[in-house]
Design a protein around this ligand. Structure first.
Ligand SMILES: [Zn+2]
Length: 296
């Protein structure tokens, strides 16, 4: 009974923090986009002028106020406009003042992060007894928020902002150190981390140089490095790569058949890699065991 109560409290806490951090991630996506457009403008690069005008207000003022404005009118959002999911649902995705659509990125990213938090706890393949083990789990959740930003940004604008990728790499380094520290065999743990990096990042690096940046962007290499460090296991890196390509086929082939996707359409690889990575971390160990079970 006590264990049941304890679990219920943990799940509730994960749902609430997931929704709040998802909301933060959504705001972050717009803020990063606004800064990117402003940067492109000062560097005299090609940029969307209408979009720049619309998002311009997010580049000025302090970061707390940044998020709390309607993108279509001067309305400054109140606290009750910022409750994850609830506000969006009660306003049916429209601004309270100008009734313009505010899009569905916010609720989707809030739900996405919440779901990631809940599933992570439900399927976490490692014990959560010691401080180090709990630390690794928390690093994973924080990295998950960054990955949600990258996922949304890459899907919308085919780009992985460096600032977020580097944060994920930083978290990955700390997580990999934790993994090595708690392992009984340090050498093989280090080798496994290195193998993971070679598989998830090294292969892309080779593809990048062979194709001179045509097949794969450098952003994918940085993302791959962060994900490899977080997995810290070469076998899981393989599962992630396999799952990413499988999910890619499942998405791309039906879209091509239905004609929504042309042969030369650009498909962002970042979101696929992130999905494959989540599958690998949460289900990879079970998959490997099941596979070895059938082989032996
Ligand atoms: Zn408005």
């Amino acid at each position: 009974m006590i264990v049941l109560m304890e679990n219920a409290v943990i799940y509730l806490a994960l749902i609430l923090t997931g929704l709040c951090l998802g909301s933060f991630a959504g705001a972050m996506v717009w803020r990063l986009r606004a800064r990117q457009l402003a940067e492109d403008r000062t560097n005299h690069e090609v940029y969307d002028k209408d979009e720049y005008q619309r998002l311009k207000k997010l580049t000025t003022g302090d970061t707390v106020r940044d998020r709390s404005r309607c993108l279509n009118c001067p309305y400054v959002l109140k606290w009750y406009d910022l409750i994850p999911l609830v506000s969006w649902l009660s306003l049916r995705g429209k601004c309270r003042q100008c009734h313009d659509s505010i899009g569905c990125l916010e609720p989707l990213i809030e739900l996405g992060v919440m779901l990631l938090f809940v599933l992570s706890y439900a399927f976490w393949p490692y014990p959560l007894g010691t401080n180090l083990e709990i630390a690794r789990f928390i690093i994973w959740l924080v990295a998950g928020v960054g990955l949600a930003v990258l996922f949304a940004y890459d899907t919308k604008w085919f780009l992985l902002p460096d600032k977020v990728s580097f944060s994920v790499i930083g978290l990955g380094i700390v997580s990999a150190i934790v993994v090595v520290l708690q392992s009984a065999d340090v050498t093989s743990a280090l080798l496994s981390v290195t193998g993971s990096v070679v598989i998830l990042s090294g292969i892309y690096l080779v593809l990048y140089f062979v194709s001179r940046g045509q097949w794969i962007g450098f952003g994918d290499i940085k993302l791959g490095l962060g994900l490899a460090l977080l997995l810290a296991d070469w076998r899981l890196a393989f599962v992630a790569l396999f799952a990413a390509n499988l999910i890619g086929c499942l998405v791309v082939i039906p879209a091509m058949i239905s004609g929504r996707l042309k042969r030369n359409s650009h498909v962002p690889f970042g979101p696929l890699l992130i999905l494959g990575f989540v599958v690998a971390q949460l289900a990879g160990m079970y998959l490997i065991e099941a596979y070895l079970g059938t082989v032996i």
